[in-house]
Every structure is written in C-alpha cells, then in structure tokens.
Design a protein around this ligand. Structure first.
Ligand code: SAM
Length: 286
C-alpha cells in the first residue's frame, strides 16, 4: 500500500471513518522521499531497533520496519488502531502501543519491548505542539538510545541546533547540548504534508551516546541556572541569576569574574563551558 499517495490515504481514512485531529498535530507526510531519508540518516539497519513517536497512518513506520529488526511505535490516537492494522499488516516486526508518550515510562517500555538491542534509534515526525517536551523527556530520562532523529518545525530545528554563543540559542539549545550533539539534516517544505501546516519543517539528528556531554556537580542547579538565565536572553544575566539562587548581586558578580566571565554578560554570549563553570562555582559556595 502506497501511504504517500493522497487518494490511498483518503480511501483508508474514509473506510475507517478517520478524520484529522488538528489538536493532536496530525499532519501526515505525503512526500515519498522524506521517510526513507529519515530512516536511513536516523541509523536504521539490520540488527537495530527503532522507536517511533506518532505513527499517523504508518508512512514512516513502514520505512523503519523495512530496515530495522523491530519497531516500537507509540501513538496517542486510538482511532488509528484499525487503520494501522490494515496499513502495517505485512510487517510482523512492528509493535504499536497506544499511549501518550509524555505520560509513558519510556525506560520501562524499552526494557520490556526492546530487551537485547544494543542500538536503538528514535525516528519520528513529531507533533509540533509538544516538540520540546518530547525531546527533553527523551534526553533527561537517559534512554538507552544511540540517536534521536526527528522532524520538527523549522524554527524549532534552528533553535535546537544553534551554536551556543549566538543569537539563535535558548534554554533548550543548552539543554540539548548538555546531553547530545545536534545536527541539522535537511529541510522539508509545508507542501510535503497533508493537511499542509502553515510552517516549514526540518529534520535534525541528536547523537546521544549514553551519557551527558558535560559533567556538573549539581545537574538540577545547572538546569535552574539555564532556565532563569535564558528567560530574558537579551538581557544581562546577573539579575535573574541572583533572583533564582538568592545570592547577592555583588557576590555573584565576583563569582562570575572568578570563572573568567564578565558580570555584564548576556546569556546568548555564553558557551556551555561557561554555564558549567558558573554552576560548579555556585554549587561549591560555602
Ligand atoms: N508519522 C506520521 C507521518 O509522518 O505522517 C504522523 C506524524 S504527525 C505530525 C504526529 C503524530 O503524533 C500523530 O499521529 C498524532 O496522533 C501523534 N501524537 C500526538 N500527540 C501524541 C502524544 N502525546 N503521544 C504519542 N503520539 C502523539
């Protein structure tokens, strides 16, 4: 079954009485070149397993199933159960769990369903309304995955893959770089979807490699610092940092200087090493 063919999709949807849900971010891929590229650049090959978040009618699921030994798919919309039973009927290596990914214990699910796989790849066309929460959940829970390859809104991709110390970076940039190495793969125009969204998209890959890229003395404090600093990223970070930590501004200014950072610094000027140094300085304060 050709799942990028508009009349095939319309036909299968009609037969199962399925209609698109805007609130669940249901924009399905209809460009035949995109899913094979996501699967291949995402690392899918023999001997590996894939996790997909949000199957839709199964267009990407199929490409993952052709290449990997096993696909674990998570889809929130129960109405897709009979649709997927038909569209993925020929693939015995796909297991679909109907659940909200944000409420799922992913580590437990992986232990239960993908035991024995050394290389597990997340590949997905993410629902845009939860892009950052999903990515942060996958990273923060330290899942045993090698890489996360996802299609997201173009602006989100730019932010997620931005270099630290540039105007594009934000709290999520620092968080992603803490856990992974991001890479922009390719752009996808809005016309590649049905229904077409009013934004363009891009596919990015985050190489995770198991442990964090940066070691800090107090991880929770690190993320508190990042969130408060980037809340007003064009402004000096002394004020929000003082409010967040309760450390008087004068003392904080001295601490920054001891880290080799000027007290007037704006968060968008910081490198990851600077944030880690500030965190360690504060966590060792007597
Ligand atoms: N993979 C398909 C494709 O590329 O055509 C569908 C992608 S569509 C952008 C996003 C999918 O994620 C939808 O099928 C939607 O129902 C599902 N979804 C939305 N919120 C979800 C959640 N919280 N947990 C799991 N799946 C979700």
């Amino acid at each position: 079954m050709e799942l990028t063919n508009i009349s095939t999709i319309k036909d299968v949807m009609q037969r199962h009485g399925f209609t698109f849900s805007k609130s669940l971010g249901q924009n399905f891929l209809i460009n035949p070149t995109v899913c094979p590229r996501i699967a291949e650049l995402g690392g899918c090959e023999k001997g590996t397993a894939a996790i997909e978040i949000g199957t839709g009618v199964g267009v990407l699921t199929k490409e993952l199933a052709k290449r990997c030994d096993k696909v674990l798919a998570i889809e929130i919309d129960e109405r897709l159960r009979p649709v997927l039973a038909e569209t993925l009927a020929e693939f015995g290596n796909v297991e679909t769990v109907f659940a909200d990914v944000l409420k799922t214990d992913m580590n437990a699910l992986i232990r239960e369903k993908l035991d024995g796989y050394d290389r597990i790849y997340v590949c997905a066309n993410l629902p845009y309304y939860i892009t950052s929460p999903v990515i942060m959940k996958l990273l923060e829970e330290r899942l045993p995955v090698t890489a996360i390859t996802v299609m997201v809104q173009k602006e989100a991709a730019d932010r997620l893959c931005a270099e630290m110390g540039t105007r594009e970076c934000g709290a999520v940039t620092a968080a992603v770089r803490y856990y992974s190495t991001p890479k922009m793969l390719f752009r996808v125009g809005r016309g590649s979807f049905m229904p077409a969204p009013n934004v363009d998209s891009a596919v990015i890959r985050l190489d995770v490699g198991g442990s964090a890229n940066y070691a800090v003395a107090d991880e929770k404090l690190f993320f508190r610092i990042v969130r408060s600093a980037f809340a007003q990223r064009r402004k000096q970070m002394l004020n929000p940092l003082s409010a967040e930590t309760g450390i008087p501004k004068q003392e904080l200014a001295e601490m920054l200087e001891e880290c080799g950072i000027k007290p007037t610094v704006r968060p968008e000027e910081l490198k990851m090493e600077d944030l880690a140094a500030i965190c360690d300085k504060i966590s060792h304060r007597k």
